[in-house]
Design a protein around this ligand. Structure first.
Ligand SMILES: Cc1cc2nc3c(=O)[nH]c(=O)nc-3n(C[C@H](O)[C@H](O)[C@H](O)COP(=O)(O)OP(=O)(O)OC[C@H]3O[C@@H](n4cnc5c(N)ncnc54)[C@H](O)[C@@H]3O)c2cc1C
Length: 417
């Protein structure tokens, strides 16, 4: 990260405290090698110490520095936004991951449980989210309900102290590795769509959960279809009140936008746990940086990434003043998604033939192409750019709402295919 506010004595003291912790947590020569820019040395050290994103998340996740804004009693620091910024800049400086391997847990499930969960749920789940001992996924979207999420059909029917769930989810990222899922299901079909939803914690190993990976154009299977057949969930795993699932889901969705707005999604910059400076990694992909038009584009990307950082900081600061994540989450999510696409398009363009064909052992070209292909999803995942622009039009510009044919109509009475 290149944009930072100036250190005050308080910030300097916190930076020193975190650096001291890093010194104890990392292999002996790590910080010196990072300071010297010795990437090859760091790679060797990483291999010798079996240093990988899971191991690192275990280490930082058991410290209070993985989520400084979370309450102290649940593994955070009850801290302020600037602390998160200081930690991030130190992680970048020492070539460490700035994003948890348990992104959906730390970014989405954790904040939702902190806001809506019971004390028992917070106690049970939050620390294992931070340490990545338990990976989380998000079971919201369905084949017929994505942008119009509140129209979803998966049914949850109460049976004593349990709920019986039937339905199908899709696009469920990393479900195949997840211990738990944030599940949104319809508990009452006889009220309008937003009012009949409940939010559950689903143990992904429960009988009746069938996870089928989908292959995507990058070649990997990042997301899945998840079929739920007579899955039993204890009522103790319900988050929020019965019928109040939409309010909990909105917390998840707003945090998702904030999380996605901050992610660079750049595989070149994240090689097995050693995170190179994202901007430098990007520059390394550009073959001729003396060309004037190339330089002009790079300057523009640099400016845009600064704007992105500042907007994210402003949004985080607003949250720390007690405000809910607001429309700036949508603004930044749209901006980051489109920025990522423009940047990856440019990297492929300027590499000419090497942008589309490469030798089997050319891992840099493969990573560049993977970034380019994966970036197509950025304007869809976490809410499409079109739908987020609708939200901006309504909530920021005050334009009239879209026509809603099902407004006030019981979900069960609405015609659907
Ligand atoms: C890589 C990836 C990972 C994902 N991971 C998850 C996950 O882990 N968990 C999860 O629950 N979901 C996940 N999703 C799903 C994602 O949230 C949905 O894809 C997204 O909300 C869009 O829904 P849809 O695909 O059903 O498209 P649709 O809602 O069917 O939209 C189709 C098209 O119509 C446009 N459109 C729809 N409504 C409007 C409107 N009112 N005004 C203007 N245009 C409109 C959309 O912009 C889009 O172009 C993931 C998606 C991707 C791509």
């Amino acid at each position: 990260m290149r944009w930072e506010i100036e250190d005050t004595p308080e910030r300097t003291a916190f930076r020193t405290e975190f650096r001291t912790w890093l010194g104890d947590a990392l292999p002996a020569t790590w910080m010196d090698l990072a300071e010297a820019g010795d990437d090859a040395g760091l790679e060797r050290l990483r291999a010798d110490n079996n240093f990988n994103p899971f191991a690192w998340q275990g280490t930082i996740g058991r410290s209070p520095y993985a989520a400084p804004l979370w309450p102290k009693e649940h593994g955070g620091l009850s801290g302020e936004t600037w602390m998160q910024q200081v930690i991030r800049s130190e992680l970048v400086r020492y070539r460490l991951p700035t994003v948890s391997i348990n992104l959906l847990g730390v970014g989405l499930a954790g904040p939702t449980l902190i806001e809506h969960g019971t004390e028992a749920q917070k106690e049970r789940y939050l620390r294992k989210i931070l340490s990545a001992e338990e990976i989380w996924c998000q079971l919201f979207s369905e084949p017929g309900s994505g942008s119009d999420l509140a129209s979803l059909s998966t049914r949850a029917v109460r049976d004593g102290d349990e709920w019986v769930v039937n339905g199908q989810k899709v696009w469920t990222t990393i479900a195949q590795f997840a211990a738990f899922g944030m599940l949104l299901a319809r508990s009452d079909p006889d009220v309008p769509k937003h009012e009949g939803l409940s939010y559950f914690i689903l143990d992904m190993k429960s009988p009746g959960v069938d996870i089928r990976p989908l292959r995507q154009m990058t070649g990997s299977s990042e997301f899945n279809e998840v079929f739920l057949t007579d899955v039993r969930i204890p009522d103790a795993n319900r988050v929020g009140d019965v019928g109040d699932g939409w309010r909990c889901a909105r917390t998840t969705l707003m945090n998702e936008r904030m999380a996605l707005a901050g992610v660079s999604l750049d595989p070149v910059s994240f090689s097995g746990g050693v995170r190179r400076d994202a901007w430098q990694s990007y520059l390394d992909q550009i073959p001729d940086r003396t060309d004037r038009r190339v330089r002009q584009s790079l300057a523009q990307f640099y400016i845009e990434s600064e704007v992105k950082e500042i907007t994210a900081f402003r949004a985080n600061s607003a949250r720390m003043r007690g405000q809910q994540p607001g429309p700036e989450g949508a603004v930044n999510k749209v901006f980051n998604a489109e920025y990522n696409q423009r940047r990856s398009n440019f990297a492929v363009d300027v590499n000419g033939m090497a942008g589309i064909a490469w030798a089997p052992d050319d891992s840099k070209s493969l990573a560049r192409a993977t970034t380019f292909l994966r970036a197509r999803a950025n304007t869809i995942e976490g809410g499409t750019s079109e739908v987020l622009r609708n939200q901006m039009a309504e909530r920021i510009l005050g334009l009239p709402r879209d026509f809603e044919a099902d407004k006030g109509v019981a979900w069960g009475q609405v015609t659907r295919n």
